[in-house]
Design a protein around this ligand. Sequence first.
Ligand code: FAD
Length: 468
Amino acid sequence: IEHLVWLRNDLRILDNPALHLASIEARALKEKVGVIVTVTPTQWSEHNESDAKIGLRAGLTKTLVKSLATLGIPSHIIHVDTFKQLPDAMTEFCLEHDTKHLWFNHDLPIHEQQRDQAVCQKLQKHQITTHIQPSDRIVPQAVFSQQGTPFKVFTPFFKRWLTLLAQQDIAPLPAPEPQGTPLPESALDYTWAKTFRDDLWPADQDIAKQRLWLFCHHKERHYSEHRDYPMQPATSTLSPYLALGALGPRQCLEAIMYTCNQEDRDWRDSVWLKELAWRDFYRQLMEHFPHLCMNQPFKADTNLLRWRNNPDEFLAWCEGRTGFPIVDAAMRQLKQTGWMHNRLRMVTASFFTKLLFADWRKGEAYFMSQLIDGEFAANNGGWQWSASTGCDAAPYFRVFNPTRQSETYDKNGEFIKRFVPELAHLDAKSIHNPSSEQRIQCDYPEPIIDYKPARQAAIAAFDELKGL
Ligand code: FAD
């Protein structure tokens, strides 16, 4: 294998720059391409990677290996514990397989970058060349202001992003050409796989692609009207596939553009596209402000906040027994499915950081340990937005009122009924905040916090920062 492609969070054949370029180069030189996937369970657990995400990763790897085999491209898996062991393991593999080139797409978080540098340095000592492609974004190049600095606020970033997008070649890259005859099924080790909700997210990049096109045909047009209502199947639920790269963001762009053209709409107005731009925005932030990867808030002064961090409240929040039905329904959705609706991620994160006044880092880590779509940049960005510690944060005096949110976005309590069945027989009015009597009858706890004083205390703590 002269050209080895190292796949990580880009488990797909289409629009994969490293795989595409390696196969073109190999073809030109009449050489062979192979793929390597590295499994590092101890490292993943240090990064709070959830079982659900590891399970989906294993499943997607399996189907990808099969698809690659039909193209005559062999795959291998290297199994070690931590990133530290990878330089030696990769070198040994490359020497054994006469590899001359290693290809991969850039990964953002700092440990991943250190891992890649260490592997590259070691391989270069053995005259193996490394080729790094830009990270997985719709606009891969840096999106800078006119002053040449990174944006810290989303809206001007988005404006510039749209301009750059209009100037670039946006067609997704094709799959690699077949290399010889199909290969027999290889016996790779998948004992590291974990269980996950494969009924909700089948481990297959073709299914992910079908879902993308179905979403764009049927739902994208109504996205902005319905996306905030957790009982409505109005968002794409493609995040697990995007996080592991079974779908590339430019494939999403292609589907949006095609649909908008068919319906005579301007794709630049697509609200769904704007959400994908948020994904790019948080990824850019991580690249330009690496302290975000080091457990640091974007706004340094918020390090002075004295979080309450009550362990019992933390546990009640994780287990969905805070006594706020919408918060509990959302936290149980997360535990049961590995996914949570965006509106509810904002509600539960605001509840955690503002009302419980608990350190956002603890909430961020818990989310990561459960999410099937856990993605460092988006999760960190979402948590720091909610905690008002971040770049383009929610204003600190904006504290979501969970009961009002529930009444607005889950009017008839249908979402609550699904995940908090003990409240299922309550009427649409009282389900958002049952009386003490109803709570006793339903064996459902009293609220663990009093909304009004908790809100005031959080605002006062942020006010105090301003005075320092
Ligand atoms: P859709 O509404 O269909 O959006 C399409 C895609 O755009 C998503 O799949 C996602 O890739 C991207 N996207 C949408 N909204 C955002 C956003 N605000 N920031 C970044 N990307 C976005 N998203 C993750 O992918 N991984 C995470 O770990 C994650 N953690 C979050 C934590 C908090 C506290 C908050 C508030 C948000 C978080 N998000 C995260 C963003 C968002 O909630 C999810 O992307 C979305 O709910 C996924 O559902 P969907 O695929 O149906 O999204």
